[in-house]
Design a protein around this ligand. Structure first.
Ligand code: NAI
Length: 287
């Protein structure tokens, strides 16, 4: 079965922005798409059915297959109900694009617990809940495709986004282990750090940059990652504005101390310890 034809793919947060583009592209490529969105504002407050319904209407108008789902990914009950929607309406679930997200920016000095928790709940726990609810389906059918929405703010840091960056790099950590655990069941897990003009970035990036970043540019990479043909797993890709780039963690050759070093010995070797000129892709020494 080529590409995503007749594959049931859930796109979370697909009522606008990038998720909408992912859902529309996947439907055009022949997937049966569950358009999940709880219709919130950018900060996660509010609820509405109109956003998901609109995207389902757009897909159907183009001759594609889609159903709406309005559950929040931030709870186990919501995620299970989302998976139930896919199974009830289309008979299976083959792919998940964990795209739903909110923003509660603020410098760390001003970041209260509520804004910390809210962002981790949607991005990181949301991906956990939805993936967890689908995992047994994937294992039983010996097939699953998962894409995490990470961010350069998590990979490299960004002022005012401690909560968001922690959640986004947390998703890479989740991906790394799921990629290992999923391998023997043909479950792949990859991450995309998009760059796109959406309501999320509207007042964050400069207008002339945003003009070059239509969200549609990101969708084909997501489309490939969820396809049957792509069996790569554990990749992180930065995608936007016509550019697709892989990111990977590297580690240098270790500096070895036969005995417990003194603080002075650590200081003396610091330039060797921090020198990355001979770095190679990192692997888990315990793995
Ligand atoms: P967006 O705000 O247009 O889309 C996010 C969608 O998620 C919204 O439609 C919202 O209603 C939905 N949502 C929020 N909480 C939800 C919940 N609990 N359950 C279900 N749906 C929920 O923003 P955008 O830019 O399209 O973002 C999509 C993803 O890409 C996010 O995860 C974001 O963090 C990530 N991203 C976007 C970047 C960009 O340049 N636009 C950069 C890096 C990451």
């Amino acid at each position: 079965m080529p590409g995503v034809t007749d594959r049931v793919v859930i796109v979370t947060g697909a009522g606008g922005g990038l998720g909408r583009e992912y859902a529309r592209l996947l439907a055009r490529e022949g997937a049966l798409v569950v358009v999940n969105d709880l219709g919130s504002a950018r900060d996660g407050t509010g609820f509405g059915t109109a956003m998901a319904d609109k995207v389902v209407g757009e897909i159907r108008a183009e001759g594609g297959a889609a159903v709406a789902n309005y559950d929040s990914v931030a709870t186990g009950d919501g995620a299970r109900s989302l998976i139930d929607t896919a199974v009830r309406e289309f008979g299976a679930v083959h792919g998940i694009v964990n795209n739903a997200g909110i923003l509660r920016d603020g410098s760390f000095a001003k970041m209260d617990e509520e804004n910390w928790d809210a962002v981790l709940r949607v991005h990181l726990s949301g991906a956990y809940h939805v993936t967890s609810a689908a995992w047994s389906h994937f294992r039983e059918q010996g097939f699953g495709r998962i894409v995490m929405a990470t961010s350069t703010s998590g990979l490299f840091g960004n002022f005012g986004q401690a909560n968001y960056g922690a959640a986004k790099l947390g998703l890479v950590g989740l991906m790394n282990t799921l990629a290992i655990e999923g391998r023997k069941y043909d479950i792949t897990v990859n991450a995309v750090a998009p760059m796109a003009a959406t309501r999320m970035t509207a007042d964050i990036a400069p207008a002339d940059l945003l003009q070059k970043l239509p969200p549609a540019h990101v969708a084909p990479v997501v489309g490939y990652l969820v396809s049957d043909e792509c069996d790569d797993t554990g990749l992180v890709l930065i995608v936007g504005g016509g550019s697709v780039q892989r990111v990977q963690l590297f580690a240098n050759k270790p500096v070895l101390f036969p005995e417990v070093p003194t603080v002075d010995e650590v200081r003396e070797n610091w330039s060797r310890i921090t020198d990355m000129s001979d770095a190679q892709p990192g692997v888990n020494p315990a793995g």
